[in-house]
Design a protein around this ligand. Structure first.
Ligand SMILES: [Zn+2]
Ligand SMILES: [Zn+2]
Length: 459
């Protein structure tokens, strides 16, 4: 069994790993690099392998940094089968289409610029048609705990990773006289989150390839974080401002809605609190969440069987249309606005930041991971002014960073997961180099590797 690494190597985004065994070439994830502009070029680069030679793509979950280069893979010759859980298939469709749409928009914008300067117009990384083509490759649906045959001797089993709806760790096993096995952690969730079950532990394997996003950090517990969120909302409403929550469309948006509903039900928040989910993708994702109660934890499942909607608030507004979204810019105050992107790299949240960052009475509440170089990170790090749509905007709003909502396991949770598996070999991916190195220092009794892009490891 041979492993090779083609993304998220000493880096958080762009997950893409390869397993070659029993004559089969299997890819685990094919994600987009996200962050600064220079990553656009990295996304367009050669994959480092021939897409046409890949037989099967196993998709751990629907986040863009795991599925965002699949349309490109198909454009460049991939003709194999994509295997994922049912929820991941549905969510990945929405995510890939949205990404294609953004890339087409961006290319159009650059084309106008290029035209003015007499340059050739740039091509989008891929189009909506490519995303649709990619969807045609979804094959078998993975169910947690049920092995899927890849060849007579090779199988893949998905385990609930507790990270977002439908997310999985994947264990690939080769039977025969020289059995070998490897687990890809995918992104691991944190314990005790609403809606989702805690991460499930796969049976041990010879090697694990694991994420290290928070390999050097501990999270606050979810309960005080929810209280912080309620405080941020009530304080801001009392000051007369708006609460802007940059949010990831998958999971975090639904989780925040879930908490706001609880807050309203238990009287912590005003009953008529106007909440705007200003993200077409988050609205679609919320519908998909409603279709997959089989992924829910006991509490969310109980709500579902009682016929209650975990995401329904008394005064929620779903703003799909751009006009409706623009109207939110005129809100004087008193509203909670959830909009993407979570790291403020694009999307409608940038408009809400433009209209609220300069206001002392408004608040921006960060509830997710902010990668280096992103606007979210620049704000969290304390910038006094930021540039938005060509305008310098002073940062006067109150900023809150609430990290207990993280969809990622923290250092101790990662260590516990790893410790229970006791693999002979540990391969660290999906983390900043510092986080990864710090985490490596905590591991004992296992051979640790931190591959670079293109590295090959024979098991
Ligand atoms: Zn993820
Ligand atoms: Zn990820």
């Amino acid at each position: 069994m041979r492993l090779s690494f083609h993304g998220a190597d000493r880096n958080v985004t762009g997950s893409c790993h390869m397993v070659e065994a029993d004559g089969l070439t299997v890819l685990v994830d094919c994600g987009l690099y996200q962050g600064g502009r220079e990553l656009d070029e990295e996304n367009a680069e050669d994959f480092g392998f021939d897409p046409a030679a890949v037989d099967i793509l196993l998709l751990t979950h629907a986040h863009l940094d795991h599925c965002g280069r699949i349309p490109l893979l198909v454009d460049r010759g991939f003709r194999g089968e994509i295997i994922a859980t049912g929820a991941t298939q549905e969510l990945a469709r929405v995510v890939m289409l949205d990404a294609a749409h953004l890339q087409e928009e961006e290319a159009e914008r650059h084309a106008r610029h290029a035209h003015r300067h007499g340059e050739a117009p740039p091509e989008p990384l891929y189009t909506k048609l490519s995303a649709l083509n990619a969807m045609g490759h979804f094959g078998r649906t993975a169910e947690y705990g049920k092995p899927i045959r890849l060849t007579d001797r090779l199988s893949a089993t998905f385990y609930d990773a507790g990270h977002i709806l439908g997310s999985a760790s994947i264990r690939i096993a080769l039977d025969g006289d020289k059995p070998k096995s490897v687990i890809f952690s995918g992104d691991l969730g944190s314990n005790g989150h609403p809606i989702l079950r805690d991460p499930q532990l796969p049976p041990p394997a010879d090697a694990v390839v694991m994420e290290t996003t928070y390999g050097d950090r501990l999270h606050k517990a979810p309960v005080p974080s929810v209280e912080e969120l309620f405080d941020a909302v009530t304080d801001t409403i009392a000051r007369g401002g708006n609460v802007v929550i940059p949010t990831f469309a998958l999971e975090r948006a639904q989780e925040i809605l879930y908490f706001l509903r609880e807050g309203i039900e238990n009287g912590r928040l005003p009953r008529g609190l106007p909440v705007f989910l200003d993200s077409p993708m988050a609205i679609s994702a919320t519908d998909i969440f409603r279709h997959h109660p089989e992924c829910y934890d006991a509490e969310a499942h109980a709500l579902f069987t009682e016929g209650r909607d975990p995401y329904a608030l008394p005064s929620i507004h779903f703003t799909r249309e751009t006009e409706e979204s623009r109207a939110l810019n005129r809100l004087a105050g008193g509203a909670v606005i959830l909009a993407g992107s979570g790291m403020c790299t694009g999307g409608r949240v940038r408009h809400h930041l433009k209209h609220n960052l300069w206001r002392e009475d408004s608040s921006i509440v960060f509830v997710g991971y902010a990668a280096k170089g992103t606007l979210a990170r620049i704000l969290v790090d304390g910038a006094r002014t930021v540039k938005l749509f060509g305008e310098r905007i002073p940062v006067k709003a109150r900023l809150y960073t609430i990290n207990g909502f993280s969809a990622h396991a923290d250092r101790d949770e990662l260590l516990a997961w790893h410790g229970a598996l006791k693999p002979k070999r540990t391969i660290l991916v999906h983390g900043d180099e510092e986080a990864m190195a710090a985490f490596a220092g905590q591991l004992h009794g296992t051979k640790v590797a931190m591959p670079e892009k293109g590295d090959v490891i024979d098991l």
